[in-house]
Design a protein around this ligand. Structure first.
Ligand code: MF3
Ligand code: CO
Ligand code: CO
Length: 285
């Protein structure tokens, strides 16, 4: 979501209103599990030669076919069911019939669904065919950034610990963290108010203590060049790197527990492999 009401001068304490009930947590688990299933279903289609519009149709039909709702469709006027962000597109790329995936591309597929009133939100960046070493590096750094961010989602940590885990690592790898878009609280709403999860360090950002029962996304957008981004003036959605460099993103929906963070959007294949993210050509975790 766009960086907005996440800044607050409120005292450093936890926020009881953000803690989900047991019933709500159950709803979030189901929503996350479906979103993960959808992501696994989509994998087989994310290949050279397919249009991003066909990916949108497949995701839409799978979601509706299972009795659920694509959250992005008509969200604040967004025209499609998923976001497909290729190469220098940072986020919110709109699927199109004329946009065909080709060898060497990297593409983020961002899926959000509503299951019995609860939202699940996750994304991966896919490598199409043979990608450059630079692109591969960026995608691996971004996947690692998400893992580091998730590891910081521990009860007793503060919200800013997520950014503190992510940004120095990304910079050490020669890349940059996008500032303008953040993770977000999620539940019965897509983007919960006043709960922005920064991926870049900002001492003025919200910094309450994480407590069991909080659900939010971690979704770092990482650029190969500088972090500045520009929104398309015609479609008002597509966000690109200002310097034209490549950008990648991974996203999971997370539940803070009294033990390790629970990844609600873990996919069946990730569960089977015992990994949190799987990027071809790399083994992480
Ligand atoms: N799924 C995106 C996120 O992670 C939001 C997409 S909003 C849309 O927050 F309207 F562009 F679909
Ligand atoms: Co999100
Ligand atoms: Co998303």
């Amino acid at each position: 979501m766009p960086l907005d009401g996440g800044k607050a001068s409120r005292p450093l304490k936890t926020k009881p209103g953000l803690i989900k009930t047991a019933e709500e947590i159950d709803g979030m688990r189901r929503a996350g599990a479906f979103n993960g299933e959808l992501l696994d279903y989509m994998r087989q289609f994310v290949k050279a030669g397919v249009s991003t519009l066909s990916l949108d149709k497949l995701a839409h039909e799978y979601t509706v076919g299972h009795g659920h709702t694509p959250a992005c469709l008509n969200y604040k006027g967004y025209p499609k069911s998923i976001c497909t962000s290729i190469n220098n597109v940072v986020c919110h790329g709109i699927p199109s019939a004329s946009e065909i995936l080709k060898d060497g591309d990297i593409v983020n597929v961002d899926l959000t669904t509503i299951v019995n009133g609860f939202y699940g939100d996750s994304s991966e960046t896919f490598l199409i065919g043979n990608v450059s070493d630079d692109a591969k590096h960026l995608v691996l750094v971004t996947a690692r950034a998400l893992l580091l961010g998730i590891a910081a989602c521990k009860s007793g940590n503060r919200l800013q610990d997520i950014a503190r885990a992510i940004e120095p690592f990304v910079i050490s790898q020669g890349c940059s963290v996008v500032h303008q878009y953040t993770g977000h609280g999620i539940g019965k709403n897509f983007h919960e108010e006043n709960f922005s999860v920064y991926h870049h360090i900002d001492p003025e950002a919200n910094n309450f203590i994480l407590a069991p029962g909080m659900t939010f996304t971690v979704e770092p957008m990482v650029n190969a060049g500088a972090w500045g981004v520009t929104t398309d003036s015609r479609d008002k959605w597509t966000v690109r790197t200002s310097d034209g460099s490549l950008s990648a993103q991974f996203e999971h929906t997370i539940l803070v527990t009294s033990a390790e963070p629970e990844i609600l959007t873990l996919t069946p294949s990730q569960k089977a492999a015992g990994v949190t993210i799987a990027v071809p050509g790399m083994s992480i975790d």
